[in-house]
Design a protein around this ligand. Structure first.
Ligand code: EPU
Length: 420
């Protein structure tokens, strides 16, 4: 249990300029992928978040020489000193992306013994398609709770994903990067961080083509060389800040983002009546009163991201009219709405659908964050509500957002930590 709570005094319109940090979901893929390299690597724009610190701990445990300077956001990794290929469950259960160590270690030394992943409790999160992919490449995989053991050698092959999986696409891409011969990933995920990982592998001399489409072709190479690579800005943090600005009827410019990654959210905000303008690497949210309700169905990229469904549905509790939100990726991603009902939100939950009838006021109340994006959603709720909202278990938020409180405070939010 966290020993502090977040207290937000709501109803302040956010105003001013802010910036986006490096991507969480891209960093947690690119850092393990550095193990594929046969020389030291430098990663830039790495966010100072809990999940990154856990990965640093894990890579150190494996023997990598690794340093991370949160101020410059620069990470130096020397994978040539790695001596182990075992990562115990005590480490892997701290985060979801620890399962990327299977693909990365298979590529690094043809062997991996990795504990089951942890991560947010947002539904049943199987990784059968990762295992199927490794097996298609010839790996011998034993899946016995709490450890997955995989051994090579790997040989390129066609891998068809029965459903689109971001993690599966990334994991199998890593394993294939140094496999013998050619691999083709069919029905691959198209998320920006899948493309970022492919770009990183290519910057080290690898050969990954087609990332960003549903067919990715990987030609295995024997060696990968040094690279200095900057990860892309965080798509979900950008969206969370856009939503926080719109939810408070604020006026905020978000710098350092990639507006084309935000098209599904931008379209929905425009449909609600929120003015959104874009330039090369910035998005501006303008003020408008009386947001209109909209319907949302989460989908794989370029559809509306499930990771933004939570902050977005929090905002919709105060939109004018009825919104219908369908969560089609994870089974259990409406826990924040249950908490928000105590704040006065009018929501009917039917399995993976939320019917939200907009109210004109939310009232501050004690609420509990149950996962990372639920935490972000409750922050949005607190910013909109009258009075004080106390968010318990705010540690979930620091796993994935860099200095969110500080950024919101600089925009005028009244948000502080209090010891409990
Ligand atoms: N699935 C399977 N079998 C598999 C893999 C996935 O059935 O082997 C199912 C899942 O249960 C889910 C769907 O396929 O219903 C999509 O899952 P996906 O594999 O795409 O998700 P993930 O890799 O576990 C990543 C992000 C999530 C994000 C999803 C969807 C990381 C570390 N996690 O998860 O991020 O919600 O993609 O975009 O990149 C977050 O940042 O808060 C977060 C949860």
């Amino acid at each position: 249990m966290d020993d502090y709570k977040l207290v937000i005094h709501g109803e302040n319109a956010l105003k001013g300029d802010t910036y986006v940090s490096g991507g969480k979901n891209t960093s947690v893929a690119v850092i393990p992928a550095a193990l594929l390299c046969d020389e030291p690597c430098v990663l830039e724009n790495i966010p100072d978040i809990e999940d990154v610190h856990v990965l640093v701990e894990i890579l150190r445990l494996l023997g990598a020489d690794i340093s991370f300077d949160p101020a410059s956001k620069r990470m130096e990794i020397d994978p040539t000193t790695v001596t182990k290929c075992q990562v115990p469950y005590a480490y892997t259960q701290k985060m979801r992306a620890s399962y990327y160590l299977i693909g990365a270690l298979l590529g690094h030394c043809g062997e991996a013994e990795v504990g089951y992943p942890g991560g947010c409790s947002i539904g049943n999160r199987p990784f059968d398609l990762h295992i199927k992919g490794f097996r298609s490449l010839g790996a011998n995989v034993e899946d016995r709770w709490p450890t997955i053991t995989a051994t090579g050698p790997l040989e390129g092959a066609g891998v068809f994903f029965d459903r689109i999986t971001v993690g599966g696409t990334i994991n199998v891409m890593m394993a294939a990067a140094k496999a013998e011969g050619n691999t083709i990933l069919y029905n691959a995920a198209r998320e920006p961080h899948v493309v970022d990982l492919a770009n990183f592998i290519n910057s080290m001399g690898g050969s990954v083509k087609g990332a960003g489409t549903d067919t990715i072709r990987i030609k295995g190479v024997k060696r990968l060389h040094h690279s200095t690579y900057a990860v892309i800005p965080d798509q979900i943090e950008t969206g969370t800040l856009m939503i926080a600005a719109a939810a408070t009827r604020g006026e905020v410019t978000i710098h350092g983002c990639i507006p084309t990654h935000m098209e599904s959210l931008t379209a929905k905000l425009l449909e609600m009546g929120v003015p959104v303008t874009e330039s090369d690497d910035a998005i501006r949210i303008g003020v408008l009163r009386g947001h209109r309700a909209v319907n949302i169905k989460t989908q794989e990229y370029p559809g509306f991201p499930t990771d933004l469904q939570q902050p977005m549905s929090a905002m919709l509790t105060m939109a004018k009219g009825r919104s219908v939100v369908i969560e089609s990726i994870f089974e259990n991603r409406f826990k924040h709405l249950r908490e928000m009902m105590r704040m006065g939100a009018q929501v009917t939950l039917l399995d993976q659908t939320a019917i939200i009838d907009g109210v004109s006021k939310l009232y501050g109340s004690p609420v509990t964050a149950t996962d990372l994006r639920a935490g972000a959603a409750l922050v949005v709720a607190g910013l909109m509500a009258q009075g004080d909202t106390e968010i318990y278990e705010p540690g979930f938020i620091t796993r994935g957002y860099e200095r969110l409180e500080e950024k919101l405070r600089s925009l005028g939010a009244d948000i502080r930590r209090e010891k409990i």
